[in-house]
Design a protein around this ligand. Structure first.
Ligand code: SAJ
Length: 425
């Protein structure tokens, strides 16, 4: 079977490599000649656990090659980005360009699968676009009777840092433009997915993906709202959540400095734009999570200005623990705001960074290691719950002023409480 995977990013490249491992002949297609050259050299341009070895192996065997052109294939998988504009309106232009590039290559019996997170109705737009470009083919949804080709939507749902494991083990939700399309796509996924493959319509599958990430956003917003309320009321939010979660039907998530990453903070807007009048809760949750970052910046700035001689260490920049991804990270937003205001007083500790991201250019802030920070700083602002930070014993931070946005050190909060300090969360 010949497979073309369009888009060699965080999802496309691991997917292409796994399909190649399962015995298909795969061409990875990307608009960037640099990415194509890197992959053809058996190397990777993104960081993901075990991806380098896998790509090296399948490229060496000739099972995966990369190209800037779409080749003829039996199956076309679209895994290109779907960004949004300033007003959070989804931009599906990359998906439509990919479909346009596939259209001239299509033969009867071919299958097109869209994996990119997309607003509800996008797969149908792809079908209409293909029908417009190929009047010689019977396109599903755009013709009477049995179609010549198959079109389906199957969202990725993998967690960065566990992508290769989750691509194989997670259940897949496969939405066909028609039930026949869904069944055809399921046969394909069963070759390399161990999780259950469940079929539905394309529209439902598109909404499922958006709903999963909105569900998480709403739940994190609940935790973040609690944290701001608890701070106002002088209560330890971490203890409240711990105790409430002892109830068999309560499972509150963890507050933090806001929601980062490329999906959870974005996907809810795709739903909101689809049905603005009906999505009040989802919109408000987004606003609460954005407000939490602003709240943390304000509280941290106030704390730092209260101690004009203190040297400040911000612990962590990643958008979540134990990964080296700093894009769309609330920790970067908070630390960079402090760096812009307080300059050389701000030190950053990030075990996963070799240098500071460009947000810190010209601020005077410096990247230092954890030991130097513990030895030289007076004020710690915890922004990411990396394992390395969790293991710092109380005696090494007992005399420091700590603003812990992740609830990393319950003993420190206890200490602040017994000293009568106001709890910050
Ligand atoms: N966060 C909190 N409190 C929590 C949990 C998370 O503040 O209790 C924050 C994290 O610190 C981070 C952000 O939320 O800034 C997002 O992290 P995450 O681990 O929840 O999710 P992502 O963005 O790494 O991956 C999500 C996953 N979606 C769900 O869990 C529903 C993943 O399965 C999706 O495939 C991925 O989005 C995606 O690509 O859509």
């Amino acid at each position: 079977q010949k497979v073309a995977v369009l888009g060699l990013g965080y999802i496309g490249l691991p997917t292409a490599a796994l399909i190649a491992r399962s015995g298909c002949q795969v061409t990875g297609v990307d608009v960037s000649p640099k990415v194509v050259e890197t992959v053809n050299g058996g190397r990777v341009h993104i960081e993901e656990v075990d991806l380098d070895g896998l790509v090296q192996g399948v490229v060496a065997r000739g099972a995966l090659t990369a190209s800037t052109d779409v080749p003829p294939a039996d199956i076309f998988v679209i895994a290109v980005p779907t960004p949004h504009d300033e007003e959070h309106r989804p931009d599906i232009s990359h998906v439509l360009s990919a479909a346009r590039a596939i259209a001239p290559r299509l033969e009867p019996g071919n299958l097109i699968i869209l994996e990119s997170t997309s607003p509800v109705g996008t797969t149908e737009k792809v079908a209409r676009l293909i029908a417009g470009h190929r009047p010689d083919l019977k396109v599903p949804g755009a013709c009477e009777g049995a179609a010549d080709i198959f079109i389906a939507y199957c969202p990725e749902r993998v967690l960065p840092g566990r992508i290769l494991v989750e691509l194989v083990d997670n259940d897949r939700c496969i939405g066909g433009i028609t039930p026949r399309c869904a069944r055809r796509a399921m046969t394909f996924y069963r070759q390399f997915v161990r999780g259950a493959c469940v079929t539905t319509s394309a529209r439902a599958a598109e909404m499922v993906k958006l709903v999963e990430n909105s569900y998480r956003d709403v739940n994190i917003a609940f935790a973040n709202e609690l944290s701001m309320m608890a701070e106002e009321m002088g209560v330890d939010v971490w203890e409240v959540i711990r105790l409430a979660n002892r109830h068999p039907r309560v499972n509150i998530l963890q507050p933090g400095p806001g929601v980062g990453g490329h999906c959870i903070a974005v996907d809810p807007w795709f739903l909101v734009h689809g049905a603005p009048e009906q999505s009040r809760l989802i919109r408000t949750a987004r606003e609460v999570n954005l407000a939490k970052t602003a709240h943390v910046i304000g509280a941290a700035e106030m704390l730092v200005s209260q101690y004009p001689n203190a040297r400040v260490a911000c612990l962590g920049l990643a958008f979540k623990p134990n990964i080296d991804d700093f894009r769309e990270s609330p920790a970067v937003e908070v630390a960079a705001a402090l760096a812009r205001r307080f300059g050389t007083r701000i030190r950053i500790v990030e075990p996963f960074a070799r240098e500071l991201p460009r947000e810190f250019d010209g601020t005077g802030a410096a990247l230092i290691d954890l030991d130097s920070a513990l030895a030289s700083c007076d004020l710690l602002i915890v922004l990411v719950d990396h394992e390395l930070f969790k293991s710092i014993p109380l005696e090494e931070r007992r005399d420091m002023i700590v603003y812990d946005t992740r609830g990393l050190w319950p003993d420190q909060l206890q200490l602040h409480a017994t000293r009568g300090a106001r709890l910050v969360a």
